[in-house]
Ligand binder design. Structure first.
Ligand code: FAD
Length: 491
């Protein structure tokens, strides 16, 4: 396999992870990126004394990042450092309830008992069930290709199949949570985890109740320097081990000869390689880069995950009741999701998430100020009037936060920038600006994600949030592992 050449299309987090793994396997790796910078959605900007992470803000499962430094045989601490968060997230409800979710599971259950109508033991049972679901399915659904026969002939698969009846696949997450937790505020709390893969708790299956396990058991972390340091550390590592990068270079075509990938086309010129990996969203990969090949329409036409509308606000005040992660819940969660996934509109009372990195990284805002990444979930871009949606949402968010914080926050905003589904799409090529590729709003969703390889074109592979195993940093990093394992086996 050594000396084989591979081209990776896109320097998103999955493209970087795949590049590092393949280079560590001895391949000659070149990455072609349309933007002038690496990271795709995981990027950042600074203005007027404020620094903002633009995309992902929640960092879980750092072990998948650590693995990349291990395979490259370098000491991670020279590149990347992070700390565990003791307070995971602060929650604010419209009825005045506030709840601070802490990392320690027992303390979490005890605090929940004094805030909600629940016994600590019932919550511990909930977390045990989450863990059980994760342990039964992770190696099958997350760590291997779902599309190779060998995956199904393993002890883990037999165990998962044997236990399928207890994975709550045939019920929705909301129905499962309502049965287990009863108190509506707590149901809303655990329903929110559906948004971690851009889905609706009223449609996604109950097996998604494994997601709280990732946050509660594996923990949440803050990278020194903010989320962008994940991108920059992987980029530096890739360069240090000899990956070759080409920025401002949009790939136009994937070239195949007799159904074997042979390279790419850039500005009309051919660049040849033995292997091609696309980190571009799977829809434009087919519609633009593989125009002459039959597209898997059923997979490409899956409904998209939610997108996001973000106001990056420089706030000239500090709020002691806020932490790194904060949620201001909508009063009517069901209607909010009906707007996003059925009407494809934005509800007038959206759930608002505020991420404030200056809580952990003082230099991210001027003295006495805070950098608010203020986000609501919105539908993917199907041609809505976004300028009008943004105008209304801004008004509604300011009213809601002013109510929740007992202070007119409109007076405090001294800097503003905005990201919406249109700009997410134009900056990263993500189809309809979806954050996580297709949504997981039905029980077959895992099987309807595109495989990490193409059976009809040898030596062509796919990584990233729109293919198996899914979106979000941990799964994108795992897609890089699956692709490099497949390449190692084939070559
Ligand atoms: P991308 O980041 O989309 O990168 C793809 C890259 O490929 C881009 O740089 C693009 O320019 C390049 N490219 C595409 N086509 C071409 C071409 N033809 N030629 C050259 N280059 C090309 N995840 C979490 O884990 N936690 C979170 O808290 C979280 N919050 C999020 C909030 C927001 C606002 C957003 C936008 C995303 C969030 N996510 C979160 C999701 C996470 O960011 C993504 O799942 C992940 O970053 C996707 O990485 P990727 O490598 O698949 O693709």
């Amino acid at each position: 396999m050594k000396n084989q050449s591979v081209i990776i299309i896109g320097a998103g987090i999955a493209g970087l992870a795949t590049a590092i793994r393949l280079r560590a396997q001895g391949l000659e790796v070149s990455v072609y990126e349309a933007n002038s910078y690496p990271g795709g959605k995981l990027t950042a900007f600074s203005e007027k004394g404020y620094r903002f992470d633009m995309g992902p803000s929640l960092f879980t499962m750092p072990q998948f990042l650590e693995d990349l430094f291990k395979v490259a045989n370098v000491d991670m601490s020279n590149y990347f450092q992070y700390k565990k968060k003791e307070v995971v997230c602060n929650y604010f409800y419209e009825d005045g309830t506030t709840f601070s979710a802490v990392a320690d599971e027992k303390e979490f259950a005890k605090n929940a008992e004094s805030t909600f109508n629940i016994q600590a033991e019932d919550l511990e049972t909930y977390f045990k069930q989450s863990k059980r679901k994760y342990d039964l399915t992770a190696s099958l659904f997350l760590e291997k290709s779902l599309h190779k026969f060998s995956t199904y002939f393993s002890k883990d698969t037999l165990k998962a199949v044997f236990n399928v009846g207890s994975l709550d696949i045939d019920t929705t997450l909301d129905a499962y949570n309502s049965k287990m937790l009863k108190d509506e505020r707590l149901v809303q709390f655990f329903n929110r985890f559906a948004t971690y893969n851009g889905s609706s708790p009223y449609q996604t299956p109950g097996i998604m109740s494994m997601i709280p396990h990732l946050e509660q058991y594996f923990g949440t972390y803050f990278p020194k320097g903010g989320m962008h340091s994940i991108t920059m550390s992987l980029f530096q590592l890739a360069k240090d081990i000899g990956v070759d990068f080409h920025f401002n270079t949009k790939v136009e075509r994937i070239l195949a000869d007799k159904n074997i990938a042979v390279g790419i086309q850039i500005n009309g010129d051919k660049v040849l390689s033995d292997i091609v990996v696309s980190n571009s969203d799977i829809v434009p990969t087919y519609r633009k880069l593989l125009k002459d090949h039959k597209a898997p329409e059923k997979i490409l036409n899956q409904p998209r995950s939610s997108s996001a509308l973000i106001f990056y606000w420089g706030i000239k005040k500090e709020f002691t009741q806020l932490d790194l992660h904060n949620i201001f819940f909508s009063e009517d969660y069901k209607t909010e999701f009906d707007y996003i996934f059925n009407r494809k509109e934005v509800h007038s009372d959206p759930t608002v998430y505020i991420n404030i990195t200056s809580k952990d990284e003082k230099g991210d805002a001027p003295d006495g100020c805070e950098n608010w990444f203020t986000m609501i979930n919105v539908p993917s871009n199907t041609g809505q009037d976004w300028d009008e949606i943004i105008r209304q949402a801004r008004e509604n968010i300011i009213k809601k936060l002013s109510r929740g914080l007992n202070e007119d926050i409109s007076e405090l905003i001294e800097f503003e920038a905005i990201l919406d589904p249109r700009t997410i799409e134009s900056k990263t090529q993500s189809y309809q600006g979806a954050l996580y590729g297709a949504s997981s709003n039905n029980k077959y969703a895992a099987f309807l994600r595109h495989p990490n390889f193409k059976s009809s074109i040898k030596n062509l592979y796919f990584c990233g949030g729109s293919v198996h195993p899914g979106g979000g940093i941990p799964l994108c990093l795992l897609s890089g592992k699956i692709v490099s394992d497949l390449i190692a086996k084939t070559n």
